[in-house]
Design a protein around this ligand. Sequence first.
Ligand SMILES: Nc1nc2c(ncn2[C@@H]2O[C@@H]3COP(=O)(O)O[C@H]4[C@@H](O)[C@H](n5cnc6c(=O)[nH]c(N)nc65)O[C@@H]4COP(=O)(O)O[C@H]3[C@H]2O)c(=O)[nH]1
Length: 689
Amino acid sequence: MENHHEDTRDAVRQLFDSVDAISVQGYDQERRVVYWNIGSEKLYGYTAAEAIGQKLEDLIIPDHLREGVVSSHHNWVVNGVEIPAAELVLRSKSGRDVSVYSSHVMFRNARDECEMYCIDVDLGDVKKAQSQAVSKEELLKGVFESLPDLFFLVTEDGRIIECHAGDSRKLYVQYDNILGENMADFLPEEVAAKFRNYFEKAMREGGVLSFEYCLDLPIGKAYFEARISHLAGQKQLVIIARDITEAHETAELIRKQAYFDSLTSIPNRFLSLDRLSQMVKELERSGEKAAVVFLDVDDFKKINDSLGHDVGDKVLIEAANRLSSTVRDSDTVGRLGGDEFIVLLGSLAESYDAVDIVEKLLDVFREPFRIDGRELILTTSIGVAVYPDNGTSASDLLRNADAAMYQSKEQGRNTYSFFTKQMNEMILRRLEIEEQLYGALERNEFEVYYQPKINLKDRKVMGAEALLRWHNPLVGQVAPDEFIPIAEHTGLIEPIGKYVLAQALAFLNEWSQAHRQDYTMAVNLSPRQFRDQGFVEFVKECLGSCDVTPERLEFEITEGVLMIGQSCVDEVLSALNALGVKLSMDDFGTGYSSLSYLRQYNFDLLKVDRSFVSGITANQEDRDLVTATIAMAHSLHLDVVAEGVETGEQLKLLNELGCDVAQGYYFSKPIPALEMKAFKLKERFEVEC
Ligand SMILES: Nc1nc2c(ncn2[C@@H]2O[C@@H]3COP(=O)(O)O[C@H]4[C@@H](O)[C@H](n5cnc6c(=O)[nH]c(N)nc65)O[C@@H]4COP(=O)(O)O[C@H]3[C@H]2O)c(=O)[nH]1
């Protein structure tokens, strides 16, 4: 039996001798090492020779375990209480901690002494891996906490396996209630459906997919961008959701600024025209009618100028609100700029249906605008173009509604006009004239004509008025009443006006010299020419180069010029006054005929409009007006020129009324320079007067 034990022990020792992955140590009753295999050498660093005979507690037991080990061993030897297998941290030869899983067996040897065998498995690698795993988890936790994103790991059908959120306020449902739940069960249906679709797509197509969604969270409306990828091996999906609320709000703000008018918050020009184009496309499909309504607040400039921009702004806001509340939600009310608004009325059965709405829009302004304690009475001029009758493209409809609006202005404002065929023809001609007007100077298409002016006191030609003529091969002969406003609008009047002045003064010099007379020359001035910085200087140069004294030049100015009320008008008129050039108030009686202008600026002459002259012999009212005008002008020391004198009776009457100068077809139509040079008054004139 004893031998058998010994044999067994030897066989076991031999077995462990060659095992280096496990440490096996044998201890006698006094805990001295009796066996130390190669595995023990590797684990604890002592060779067998160094270890044999040493006491367990001196060799590999750290100080704090020393007493416990000694007493446990004693307890086992004496009382048979086994030392249980356990994870322990022991000590190597170099003093390093050695983590082991230690199991123990007790033998009785041939001498009936207890021999304890310890079998220690190195836990070093396991511990390392465990601590690495722990630190990785902590790292991940740290990462998730510091990232603003939400992280979800879900099964292929949407059940949440894992969830991390740096800021749990961004979770729609809190952690405790989220794990194990299916997203479809708690997310709003619309969002859940989006997730479902993208899950399927991610599983089908692979890769990373992204989409946006919006949730109402307790902290407010939040926008997210979700990125989804499918972990095919695990049959799971990873979702990373990023809060993009801020970016979304910025984008929304930019969109608003780009598409909406910052003052009135209604669609701006860009969006309004875009909606118009969209509307036209839809109408092409549906075959319905629609109306484009163009509105311009009458005399808005006056409000801005007299009451200030603050009041002007409030008027525009109020106007936008009133217009918006008059039409259906599906209709568009936009601000095209300044005091111009557009209203798009879609889905009309008949063009006539627009009339009711347009009348309502006009009515919107009837109620006074109450602004800063003031009551302002405002009106608007409206133009309407109907699809498809007045245009089938956005640009045509807009242009025609604009033209119709101008028609309303011409009709005295506070009214609406529908676009008509005649208006269309007029616009086409206007466009053609504008096109041809460019380059007309260079092509030498202009010629200055002259109409003689007769001094009624001495019955002699005293001078002439320069009147421009234009011969164009394409548009033919165009009257100045037609092309001058276009030249004015395009700015071409500036070079053209200079051309007229230079020609007229050169002719004046030539003509005066030929007749040895100091004739005068009247030249028309357009509003736009007052904005030409170098104009006065140009006048000075021309007078000099043509050897004409300033008082022989008269500038004819209409009231329209003075009504612009710009400082440049004051400056130019003062400079012309200072230069000694004469100023003549043209078309008196037609516009607002404000006497204050006559007093404010140093006018020398007043021209009675031909519409009154033509009526003086037949119409008492016209005669009264001309009589009063002459008296008033004389009291202001102004000479009176009657234009448009066509008959001897008119001339006679004007003479009796004390008119100073006359001009008109009765004497001569405007004629080219050569004819003017040869012009002689008819003898009949002496008789008529
Ligand atoms: N029915 C009738 N008409 C008469 C009679 N006598 C003269 N007229 C016309 O009356 C217009 C007088 O010119 P305005 O009132 O200055 O009105 C001018 C003036 O405002 C503008 N205009 C003409 N030339 C120029 C120019 O060189 N510069 C500027 N800025 N405007 C010009 O065009 C307007 C029209 O010019 P015109 O067609 O030449 O028309 C001229 C002239 O031909 C008459 O007895 N009967």
